[in-house]
Ligand binder design. Sequence first.
Ligand code: FES
Length: 159
Amino acid sequence: MVEWGMYEEINRLKSKKNALIPILHIIQERYGYIPENVVDILSKELNLSKAEVWGVITFYSDFRLEPPGRHIIKVCRSEACLAMGGQILQEHIKNKLGIGFGQTTNDGMFTLEDIYCFGNCACAPSVMVDGKLYGRAFPERIDAIIESILRKGVKGNGK
Ligand code: FES
């Protein structure tokens, strides 16, 4: 459910040209995903059809329709990363977490997402964990990152 403060953000931006996408980004940044009542609210506030709002949300893979896990792992699936072992890396991470792209582990700890180039091709393969970009992210390095997160979680500091 979108909170009152969010309406202030919407009102601040809604008169700008092409306001929908920036507003959706702000909402996702705030909530971690796009809550379902957002379609009705933005349709009304931006004078767009619900289909238009829904179309934008579902067209851009950046927007999530469900709450993510506490930690988000994004894996590059573009050419330079694939050429440097990215396919092996993808399978390794999927097997380690037991989930596919666009899914969240049952314990709510990790969400796995794909992306097509971070602009970090020279250091391929590239992965982003909780907003921090890692180059030369070979399986051993990813294992160490995930283990580090899990150790912190065990100590009671979920994030
Ligand atoms: S291809 Fe992976 S960062 Fe550019």
